[in-house]
Write a protein that binds this ligand. Structure first.
Ligand code: TXA
Ligand code: MG
Length: 350
């Protein structure tokens, strides 16, 4: 299949329409799948009402069918069409964080969406992305758009159109290239079907921000204990893993450097992932930094690109620093733990 690529300038006046987006919207209406930028990562969009369209998403990504998709909307009217009701707490969250990187799980309205989108569940995850191109595309086609991250299942989510192209070119009808995404990690997923809301996946909106708005929120038990079964089906799968084995190192710079030296003396090519502030202190075959410790948002922005870059290098092992699990750092560390298959070497264990 030929994959159309349309380049869009994000910076044009939002009241202007994007001609390239019209072409993409027509393909979505014809039940084809199209990748588009959001403020978090690129999404792979399909008409959420069509089994035919949604099946193509699962096929292109190689995604397990028990993993439901987030439905993207551009207006509150679209929300009413797809959910059975909106609890007060969810309304408060929407008023505060939409458009933005927050996916809210609600009871779905029966018989509107393809059953494949929700993997047979009675709930649906909904979000209004904070990106002019995404909003214009959804409004233009006039459909709720089911969209997982636009990567091959298991790989890091795409934060640029090039990432999407390298995973999905030839498998999808088009890619709208709106430049690099901003947040860099996916939306926070919060379940608002229970009395006390539960974070199923940490992401672009932090636990601290949520609690400032609605009071106590709970972290799904699987986020605290890697052996507990997660409530978001997608959270049980290995994810984000680069080809070379990745180990997280909890300790100081010297501790990590000693491990790197030992691995090199065993004849291995060693890669290091470190905060920008620490790069100059390390020696290894490859040293990459996703961003600055002083601003964890930059680490979130650069994380997936860093993991993907290692797939172009011939490192035999990657050692990564850990980052503070505060604010957006909670999402960063959730992804790094998964990428490392929860392998951690800790200085305190020695
Ligand atoms: O930022 C994002 O959320 C991106 C952009 C494209 O919007 N999308 C994204 O989608 O990350 P995906 O499919 O890669 O991740 C969706 C996550 C999965 O872990 C899935 O299991 C969970 O949300 N999820 C979706 N619907 C759910 C539901 N009804 N109940 C529980 N978890 C759900
Ligand atoms: Mg994903």
């Amino acid at each position: 299949m030929k994959t159309n690529i349309w380049t869009v300038d994000n910076n044009v006046d939002k009241s202007d329409s994007y001609p390239q987006v019209k072409n993409a919207a027509v393909l979505l209406q014809k039940n084809e799948v199209v990748a588009f930028p959001t403020e978090t990562v690129y999404g792979l969009g399909a008409n959420a009402k069509s089994d035919e369209a949604v099946k193509k998403v699962f096929l292109a990504k190689g995604r397990p069918s028990d993993n439901p998709l987030i439905v993207h909307i551009a207006s509150k009217e679209q929300l009413c069409e797809i959910v059975a009701g909106v609890p007060e707490m969810a309304k408060t969250l929407m008023n505060k964080f939409w458009p933005g990187p927050l996916t809210i799980i609600l009871e779905k309205r029966q018989g509107v969406l393809s059953e494949i989108v929700t993997a047979g569940l009675n709930t649906v995850g909904v979000r209004m992305p904070d990106h002019p191109v995404a909003l214009s595309l959804i409004a233009e086609c006039g459909l709720p758009i089911a969209a997982p991250s636009a990567n091959t299942s298991g790989k890091p989510s795409p934060t640029s159109a090039k990432h999407v192209e390298s995973d999905l070119a030839g498998k999808i009808a088009g890619i709208v290239d709106g430049g690099p995404t901003g947040v860099g990690v996916e939306s926070t997923v919060i379940d608002c079907t229970a009395a006390i809301p539960v974070i199923l996946r940490p992401g672009g909106i932090t636990k601290e921000e949520l609690e400032e708005t609605i009071g106590t929120v709970i972290l799904d038990s699987s986020l605290k204990d890697a052996t507990a079964a997660p409530k978001a089906p997608g959270m049980k799968y290995t994810h984000y893993a680069p080809k070379a084995p990745l180990e997280l190192v909890k300790g100081d710079v010297e501790f990590l450097q000693n491990i790197a030296d030992r691995k090199q003396s065993e004849g291995l090519k060693v890669g290091i992932i470190a905060a920008a502030e620490h790069i100059e202190y390390y020696r290894a075959d490859y040293i990459l930094s996703p961003g600055k410790l002083a601003d964890l948002r930059t680490v979130a922005q650069g994380l997936y690109d860093t993991l993907r870059k290692f797939d172009e290098l011939d490192a035999d092992i990657i050692l990564s620093e850990v980052f503070p699990e505060q604010g957006i750092g909670q999402a960063v560390m959730n992804r790094l733990y998964k990428a490392a298959g929860h392998h951690v070497i800790s200085q305190n264990d020695k």
